[in-house]
Structure formats: structure tokens, C-alpha cells
Design a binder for this molecule. Structure first.
Ligand SMILES: [Zn+2]
Length: 197
């Protein structure tokens, strides 16, 4: 059976929620994992009442990525799920493990915001989240009083504002803030060099 066909997707969306399987009969749904699928994980907002079964490692990994859908509207989630089950040709099937053809080792998806398919088979370290930027860059955001989600325009505006506020000309020639000003300029240059501003 071709698990990636739109037909299968339609059938899958309509079928009743699976009964909870006996633990002994069920293996972890993560590709290549032979551990027992002792832990149930909800399949998501469009698959209410349906569950995947994972070992402890993989249920943690799954739960870590599950939050990705928070804040997405229904259209976005639907588009993602559709892409993930059809266009992305996932290495993780959303169905049962017995449909082993759903696990693909080649043809990695080009987009993978969940990180589910990265690396194909097993990623024991996958739940470790890498910081988004280097410590130097993070300190630069800090110096400007911004967090790392600030966009280029916000960075530029904050920089201009701080320079204006700290500049000796704006402080009646008071040079006491020069150190802080230097730090701000350095931080801004750092973010520019990282193409963030
Ligand atoms: Zn597993």
C-alpha cells in the first residue's frame, strides 16, 4: 500500500480512532526503533482521538516538537500536515508501524520545521535544542535590551534611540555614558556582521 497517496490520506482522516493497543503487541512508531511503544502521543489537532505509540526517548522527542503547532492557525496546521503526509514524503508514517513502506530513507523533505525527518532514522540527541545564535550575538541583543526575536528594523530603531540618548551632545557634554555608548555601537556592529540588522 502506498501510504503517501492522497487517497490513503483521505481514508486515514476518516477512520475511527484506533483502540489503545496492548503494549506488548506494539512497537515504537519512530522509524528504525525497535523498542516497545509504551507511550501514547496524540497525533495532533486534526487527528483528535488518534495516537502514535513511542518508546520513552521518542515520546519525549515527539512532545518537544508537538508544541510547534501552538500559535498556528488551523489553515497553517492543515497545510503543514498535508505537506508532511504527502508532499514531504515523511520518514515517519502517521499510520501504523506495519505500513513500513511509509518509512523512507531517501527523499528527505526540503522543509522540515518540526525537525521530525532530519537525519532519517534515529536521532537520540534530537531533543537537545541548539541556541539560535552564538553567545556573542546573544550578548549583542542583550546590550541593546532586545531579545533574539527582534527584527532588523527593531534593532536599527533601538540602536538609533540609544545612541541619541547616550551621546555626549545629548547630555550637555557629559562623557560618563561613553562606555555604555561604545558597548551599544559594538553590539550593533556585531548584529550587522551577523546580517541581523
Ligand atoms: Zn523509539
Amino acid at each position: 500500500m502506498d501510504l503517501t497517496s492522497p487517497l490513503f490520506d483521505r481514508i486515514r482522516a476518516q477512520r475511527k480512532p484506533r483502540e489503545e493497543p496492548r503494549p506488548a503487541a506494539r512497537r515504537c512508531d519512530a522509524p528504525g526503533c525497535t523498542a516497545e511503544g509504551t507511550y501514547r502521543a496524540p497525533m495532533g489537532r486534526l487527528r483528535e482521538g488518534q495516537y502514535l505509540c513511542f518508546c520513552l526517548d521518542h515520546v519525549r522527542e515527539y512532545n518537544a516538537s508537538y508544541n510547534y503547532f501552538n500559535g498556528m492557525n488551523d489553515t497553517d496546521v492543515a497545510r503543514y500536515m498535508k505537506d508532511a503526509t504527502i508532499g514531504h514524503r515523511p520518514t515517519w508514517t502517521m499510520g501504523t508501524r506495519r505500513g513500513a513502506k511509509g518509512f523512507r530513507e531517501e527523499g528527505q523533505p526540503t522543509e522540515d520545521p518540526l525537525g521530525l525527518y532530519r537525519g532519517g532514522v534515529r536521532r537520540p540527541q534530537a531533543q537537545k535544542r541548539e541556541p539560535r545564535y552564538s553567545p556573542v550575538t546573544m550578548r549583542a541583543f542583550d546590550a541593546l535590551g532586545l531579545d533574539e526575536t527582534a527584527g532588523a528594523e527593531a534593532i536599527r530603531n533601538r540602536y538609533k534611540e540609544l545612541v541619541k540618548r547616550l551621546h555626549p551632545d545629548a547630555n550637555g557634554g557629559d562623557r560618563s555614558r561613553e562606555e555604555k555608548l561604545r558597548e551599544i555601537i559594538h553590539a550593533y556592529k556585531t548584529l550587522r556582521a551577523a546580517r541581523l540588522a
